[in-house]
Design a protein around this ligand. Sequence first.
Ligand SMILES: [Zn+2]
Length: 239
Amino acid sequence: MEEEISLLCKGLKLTEEEQQELHLTEEEFTLAQDISNLYLVALVISDRDVNKGAFKATMTRVWNTEGGITFKDLGSLAFKDIDFSLEPFWIQLHDLPFAAMNIRMGEKLGSRAGKVITVDVDEKGIAWGGALRVKVMFDLSKSLIRGCVINVGDARSWIPYKYERLPSFCYHCGIILHTQLRCSRQASDGSTQNTSPLQYGPWLRADSAQKPSHYRAHSSSSEGKATGSGRQASFDEQG
Ligand SMILES: [Zn+2]
């Protein structure tokens, strides 16, 4: 704080009036922090200019709150104090044998991608459905994990990971915070799309219509195709 003030004041000759400090009690100061519990700060990652009107309309519709929502553009100012480096993601682990569709496998495989928050299993620790779903806290500075080789006895197999509600990401290095148009890694290793095939792609996106396994477990009597509306909150895709 001291440092910021000195930076701000560098070159400024404060008048006598400006030098009068405003003294605040802890309570007065923290009142703003109480109110800030009602705020949500969002970071939009996009290579294109953000259509603020479309963003407001989309988020208002998706959140569907009872009261009104007020939007305020904070620019890049707010983000130096807020850590956006971690983000929870649901990952679907595909091609697992049925015997491996359990909480322990979810934890082991999920931990390759980040800190495991939960595994989508029933009360017996078993997952039902096309994929084992794991929610992990993912470090956005790292490349997406595309899968994991598991080795059982002498048999090796590749378990592909697919991410639900994945925003735009770089198809060159697999990092979410930029797309390949602004990839510094692509620029530094001199490769182009023509010389080396992209290592990442839209195939990392999961079909978001998949129901949680516990839902399927309780309604497994009829094998009807799930018709979940899978409401997409991705602003990027809706332009
Ligand atoms: Zn990149």
